[in-house]
Design a protein around this ligand. Sequence first.
Ligand SMILES: *[C@@H]1O[C@H](CO)[C@@H](O)[C@H](O)[C@H]1NC(C)=O
Ligand SMILES: *[C@@H]1O[C@H](CO)[C@@H](O)[C@H](O)[C@H]1NC(C)=O
Ligand SMILES: *[C@@H]1O[C@H](CO)[C@@H](O)[C@H](O)[C@H]1NC(C)=O
Ligand SMILES: *[C@@H]1O[C@H](CO)[C@@H](O)[C@H](O)[C@H]1NC(C)=O
Ligand SMILES: *[C@@H]1O[C@H](CO)[C@@H](O)[C@H](O)[C@H]1NC(C)=O
Length: 403
Amino acid sequence: MVLMTYCTAIVILAWALCFSSIHCAKNHQKIGICTFIVHPVCPDPSINFYLYTRENQYNPQLVTVENITESYYVKSLENKFILHGFNSNMTLDVLQSIKDEYLMQADVNVWMIDYHDVAAGPSECYFAAVYNLPAVGKCSALFVRKIIELSEVELPEEVMHVIGFSLGGQLASQISKNLKPIKLPRITGLDPALPLFYSSHLNRRLSRNDADFVDVIHTNAMIQGQLAPCGDVDFYVNGGLAQPGCHNSSNPISCDHHMAPTYFAESIRSTTGFWAWPCPSTYDYFTGKCPRHGDLELMGECVNHSATGQYVLHTNSEPPYAQGDWNCSLDLKTIKLVEHFRRLSCLNSGLLKVVDDSVYTRVDVADGLDFRIPEVTGRRKSAEGVELGKIKTTRGDETCDGR
Ligand SMILES: *[C@@H]1O[C@H](CO)[C@@H](O)[C@H](O)[C@H]1NC(C)=O
Ligand SMILES: *[C@@H]1O[C@H](CO)[C@@H](O)[C@H](O)[C@H]1NC(C)=O
Ligand SMILES: *[C@@H]1O[C@H](CO)[C@@H](O)[C@H](O)[C@H]1NC(C)=O
Ligand SMILES: *[C@@H]1O[C@H](CO)[C@@H](O)[C@H](O)[C@H]1NC(C)=O
Ligand SMILES: *[C@@H]1O[C@H](CO)[C@@H](O)[C@H](O)[C@H]1NC(C)=O
């Protein structure tokens, strides 16, 4: 309440300053140590877009709406768009890990926005960052729209995947709002921030309506993240409040919060998988009403886009964090023999997604049988019918008892 009063006072001050002075000519207004975007104009020099590809994995390329086609951007490749949060920037190690995992796994365009000047700390400026979010969303949407227009990706769901950490999760929602009537195929919210969105033009938080599919990972709910479900599917890791690897951390709250992107980064290449089971609420979880049971869903990059509801899962306290799907797993030894396949992932309900460079093939996997790639389109036509390996075990509740 005190905070709200304080914030309201700041906003009134912001508007008063703006209306009463020639400072209005400036788009940004500093009030105390906090920066407010009083006149949103795009492009805004504080809102920058960077591209990482396999050509420049460690040297981000600054790109504007005008010069996207002069960058390393490849129209035929999937787009991942990563958003940082409050008092942070795109160099945050967990976000860099997500980028690195993607580029190791597949040839993709990884975009990052950097808006640290208008989302800067200290915590007293959180309200300024929230206040600025619609303006950041507006400029970002112009950029995202351009990429979507240019994209020549075959599968619509791969045209644009927006991944927002913390306040970035709420920014994803603002981008979605400004993209209309275009709808984003997917948003992943990584411990999306508890909003402070009480005034009417800010009354927006990430929800399942913001994209065709919204998946959310909760690791520090109620403190820095949202407790309420806000996606089509919501994963509450270790119950969603605190993480086992953070008990000994010098800053457990920050550690818990940052585990959402940490788990997500691991999920991109994990062959073990963060398998989760349904649980109606965190209350049920903490009162022991959600033992591990069937109907598993995979959390993270490879989540099934038809998944809905609330899920819980356990993790290890150190990397690799994923605990897998009981004992059942793919026999990876045989698969690794096929070296030209860079990516084998997303084992999901008997469907294996095989990605070779930019070529995607879906292979049906039958229990215990050899499997083949029935058809490969694109660059590697000669790979038609290549035998990959043998599935020793698959998941299935009849054969897999819980650990
Ligand atoms: C795009 O334009 C910006 C601003 O002029 C410039 O700094 C950046 O280097 C350009 N990027 C490319 C890929 O040409
Ligand atoms: C970006 O964040 C890192 C910490 O993650 C910090 O050390 C660095 O100074 C920040 N850079 C800017 C330009 O704010
Ligand atoms: C935390 O520290 C204690 C004592 O040093 C240790 O026994 C425990 O395993 C640690 N827990 C984690 C999760 O690292
Ligand atoms: C996703 O889940 C749906 C419904 O449970 C299922 O029919 C479908 O095969 C699954 N898709 C994949 C890729 O596993
Ligand atoms: C899981 O693996 C362990 C060790 O390999 C084995 O002893 C156990 O029987 C397996 N459980 C199931 C259900 O397969």
